[in-house]
Design a protein around this ligand. Sequence first.
Ligand code: AHM
Ligand code: MG
Length: 336
Amino acid sequence: MKTLTTLGEFIFECQAEYPDATGALTSLFSSIRLAAKIVHREINKAGLADITGAFGETNAQGEEQQKLDVFANDKFKSALAARGVVCGIASEEEDHYVQFTDDHNMNGEYVVLMDPLDGSSNIDVNVSVGTIFSIYKRVSPKGTPVTMDDFLQPGKNQVAAGYVIYGSSTMLVYTTGNGVNGFTYDPSVGVFYLSHQNIETPKTGVIYSINEGGYERFPMGVKQYIKYCQESDPQTKRPYISRYIGSLVSDFHRNLIKGGIYMYPTTTTYPEGKLRLLYECNPIAFLAEQAGGRAIAANGVRILEIQPEALHQRVPFLVGSPLMVDKVEQFLKAFG
Ligand code: AHM
Ligand code: MG
């Protein structure tokens, strides 16, 4: 009989491979796992909002219902602050980074950057959303409050990254730089089980994901690549399939497993791209590369090499199966 491995066991086993490991990262993952379960529970109640009071409104008992993205931010923040291993966080939901200044946490060596509920505009219509997280070692000395430099590190410095997808099932997918593994949540026992070991993305695929409504606003190279995806060529299995959920974690997760490319280029509405380098692109790029994929900005620069200049910096983002990213890069070079 196949034995079930839980997320906790898996992390513990991996830690044993590093003799110098202090257990701090294991503890940090426990925080993420706990917050993910709480957010899972709340999201799965979201459909009852009309009965219990919509999020962001006052319910029948006169209680203010917290919006789910604010709820998720609070839960992850307090879970991360609870174990004395994280000295500060930055979040898409917060204007500034947050210092954890109690003695215990100030001695923690990790900072976490997160998008607590990405794609949250999809919740009202029962579409999958996700939490994205990115973990770095601090650069400031232990025992002092975190500084901006701790957060503005290039993505290649990430120690770990991952996402939780709240979909038809809830999954946690993460990397510590040694491959990508996925765990599926069994809510009846409250446990994540290893379900996708050592995920490798296909070298190429037949799915392209982009908000095509913005076509007129895309750079010429992207427009030409879209035309290429739509042309008929049985040898390269074109025309490709267009799939776009509008929820990055869901679009990326599907493409990661099936093979495909996700694009959010510069547009005239978002001249720097829409997605956030620190909370969305870096962690997804780390996962993509660890699964054998590629992630670049529109100028062909590897996402993980970009030196961030601001917490909420945006960047054009192209990620997915390596041969598909190579192809769009050729179009960008040829057409700009
Ligand atoms: P959000 O962080 O405000 O939720 O925005 C990020 C989301 C991504 O999940 C998704 O891929 C993208 O925005 C969709 O944007 P658009 O509606 O412009 O296609
Ligand atoms: Mg987001």
